[in-house]
Design a protein around this ligand. Sequence first.
Ligand code: SF4
Ligand code: SF4
Length: 163
Amino acid sequence: MTDESQKRIEELREAAKPCFQCGICSSSCPVFRVAPEVNPRLAIDAVVSTGELTEEGNEWLCAYCLMCDQRCPMGVSLTDILIGLKNLSAAEGNAPFNITKAVESFFTIGVIAPGTTGVERKRNKLGLPEIPKPDPEQIKILFEGTGGLEILEKNLAKESLAE
Ligand code: SF4
Ligand code: SF4
């Protein structure tokens, strides 16, 4: 892990410290109900006690519904922490395959899932305007300016090594 990532994880650790493990976040989490491995309370506990990224990568399954943030009695923003963990994991080249492919598609064609002619027909029928076409040059600037391109390349390189 780079020094920068280590520093960021320390910041996340500080943000998680007010947590007293009441479990309200987990009992409020709709993902936890169907996938108990996504346990926000334990994710926070892992960050505070180990100061390391979890190997399971369950933070990627968070649906970002914000229920945990709204209900936490200590005002801990779990979603900020989970997003921070995702960013760190991606920066290390450990983003899940489907996420890497979605980001690659966005970088290449400007969307994650291209619209179909069926969707266009329906929009026409409803009198909706044509969906604007993304400008690949703007997307390139965005990726280069934010360091996103480097992170995408790192994750793609890891995927090709794993094949
Ligand atoms: S609701 Fe807040 S205090 Fe309770 S376990 Fe979750 S993060 Fe910790
Ligand atoms: S934001 Fe994520 S972790 Fe929090 S309740 Fe929603 S799905 Fe669960």
